[in-house]
Structures are given as structure tokens and as C-alpha cells.
Write a protein that binds this ligand. Structure first.
Ligand SMILES: [Zn+2]
Length: 197
């Protein structure tokens, strides 16, 4: 045991490749050191926000790191948080239940299924932009938020049904409907034209 640990340190000092386990252990320490877990962050005050670099447009945290079997490259911080928690990257997008892009709290993240994301992409016309693959694409647009608000206010459809329509979670629908997120977005009448786009 001692010998193998000693050998490991020796190998590190030579700059040889780390084992997957070592790589992830290092990344874990480096990652969580950049996360602010203090209360009062995010729409419900319970988010853990990324303190490192953020994507200027999307607000998602960014971290440059190497994952097992890959080269070093930039990753979205919330995806890495998901991976460090579950042992694998999400199959597709890691989605936020809190709609707070810099949040990396593992229990605020869920693996958007391929089906839901495909639906989401088609509904936003993103399938026409294959160059966006692997890069950030906004999940919710102001138009979509206004539509969710309108349906929420109407109260005729279940939150689960509204969530299904837009490829978000019922919790997303509730926080949007109660105006806990997207507070900066003014209340507007949603015309049928907007609804049908
Ligand atoms: Zn959060």
C-alpha cells in the first residue's frame, strides 16, 4: 500500500498521466473550492454559485479541465458538478430546477432526457443550428417564459402538462409562474402570434 502510494507520487512528479481516479480526485478538490455554498443565493436562496469564470452571455460557470479519456478543454461547471456527483456526465444537458445558470448545487441539477431536449430544441428552432452542438444554447427564452406564465395564470392545465409542453420540469413551471425567476422580465400580454411561434 505504502509502496503504491509512493509510486503514485513519483509518477505525478514526473508529469506522467494520472489514473482516472486521481484525475477525478484532483478535480473534485479544485472544483468545490470555487463554489460558494453560503445561503441566500439564487431564486430560492439555496443555490450554490460558481465563483470561477462565467460565460458572458449565458451566465453558466466555466471550468477548463481534463476528464478521463479526454483532452483538457472548457466545460460548463454545472455539468462537471453533475459528473462529480453521479460519476458520469449527463446523457444530454444538465438542467437546472432553479433556473439559475451559475448554480452547481447537485440537487438542483437534473439530466434532461434526450426526448425532452429534442422536443425543446425543435420548439426553439435549434435543430437548424447544428453548429451550436455542445455549446450553450439558452433553454428558456423570454417568449417561452411569458407563455409559461400565461398558462400558469390560466390555471387550466397541470404544471406537469405545461412542463411537458416546454421540455422543462414542473418545478420550473412553478418558479416561473410564481415570478420567483425571470423577475426582470416585465408582465406582458402574450398574443396568439407569440404563443404559436
Ligand atoms: Zn440552484
Amino acid at each position: 500500500m505504502f509502496n503504491s502510494r509512493f509510486h503514485t507520487i513519483f509518477v505525478w512528479s514526473k508529469g506522467r498521466p494520472l489514473s482516472d481516479e486521481q484525475l477525478l480526485a484532483q478535480l473534485k478538490v479544485r472544483f468545490w473550492a470555487k463554489v460558494n455554498m453560503a445561503p441566500g443565493q439564487g431564486p430560492n436562496g439555496d443555490c450554490w454559485e460558481w465563483q470561477g469564470a462565467r460565460h458572458s452571455r449565458s451566465g453558466y460557470g466555466e471550468i477548463s479541465c481534463r476528464l478521463p479519456g479526454d483532452y483538457p478543454r472548457p466545460h460548463r461547471a454545472h455539468r462537471i458538478a453533475y459528473m462529480l456527483t453521479h460519476g458520469h456526465l449527463p446523457r444530454n444537458f444538465a438542467c437546472h430546477t432553479c433556473d439559475n445558470p451559475p448554480c452547481v448545487r447537485p440537487d438542483h441539477l437534473w439530466d434532461g432526457s434526450v426526448r425532452e431536449n429534442a422536443k425543446d430544441m425543435v420548439s426553439k428552432g435549434r435543430h437548424q443550428q447544428p453548429q451550436n452542438r455542445g455549446r450553450f444554447v439558452p433553454k428558456l427564452t423570454p417568449d417561452v417564459v411569458l407563455q409559461i406564465r400565461a398558462l400558469f395564470d390560466e390555471g387550466r392545465q397541470s404544471h406537469a402538462h405545461i412542463a411537458d409542453m416546454f421540455g422543462v420540469t414542473p418545478q420550473n413551471v412553478r418558479v416561473i409562474g410564481k415570478r420567483r425567476t425571470w423577475k426582470h422580465l416585465p408582465e406582458q400580454h402574450v398574443s396568439h402570434d407569440v404563443k404559436n411561434t
